[in-house]
Ligand binder design. Sequence first.
Ligand code: PEP
Ligand code: MN
Length: 266
Amino acid sequence: MLDLRIGGDEFVTMAGPCSVETERELLATAHHVRRCGARILRGGAFKPRSSPYSFQGHGLAALKMLARARQECGLAIVTEVMSECDVPMVAEYADILQIGARSMENYSLLEAAAHSGRPILLKRGMAATIADLLRSAQLILDEGNPHVILCERGIRTFEPAMRNTLDAAAIALLKQISHLPVVADPSHAAGRRELVPALARIAVAAGADGLLVEVHPNPDRAWSDGEQSLDFAGFDEMMVSLDPYLALRSLAVGEPAGARLMEAIG
Ligand code: PEP
Ligand code: MN
């Protein structure tokens, strides 16, 4: 079981590569992000890719590497599950199951993931409204799993300058109308690493409970999402730049509305 609470006083950073590649690189990344204050290691074992010719992930071998990294570094593990058939296997290795943006409305996957009993990191679909996201969250809650973390990862808009558009207002609104923790993924929102720290600071200021960030020892050689991955020094700098924002966050007051979860948006 996880010994940390997401959505409480502590701001929780999840960091690691887009895809799990080699064990050596994964362990180096895990050690580094932990030293910088991350509590959770991310890494894709099963990758949803736009092209069938792109790297699809190492599957079970990657899950085993993540488990070794947890053992060595004491970080919890979050990794995506794409198919309901894989839920039992992924749940055996991961502390948190990630439901990707492309799967947010895959209700049979959501049900299977809910039944695993693991906390679920639910990413907002790239064309999903806030109400759509909350409906998917509600489905997981209705299946008896109360541990849902909402993730704003940027949405498709007419603006091509970024890969997606970080919806900072959605973070603020979700914190007001839902009792669920909200984290932000500035990496998939930005699409390029230079922009990631600024979006991370915006997410903190908007009230996020944590971050999901892509970090790779050598982003230019990453097998997926290298353009938006921070290298070790970049992650370090980002974390330091968050400090004043996190200090302000700890002064912030205001209770989330809890029970108003669906009524307010529905
Ligand atoms: C990821 O986290 O690597 C990922 C594929 O994210 P998303 O589902 O938000 O595109
Ligand atoms: Mn990615």
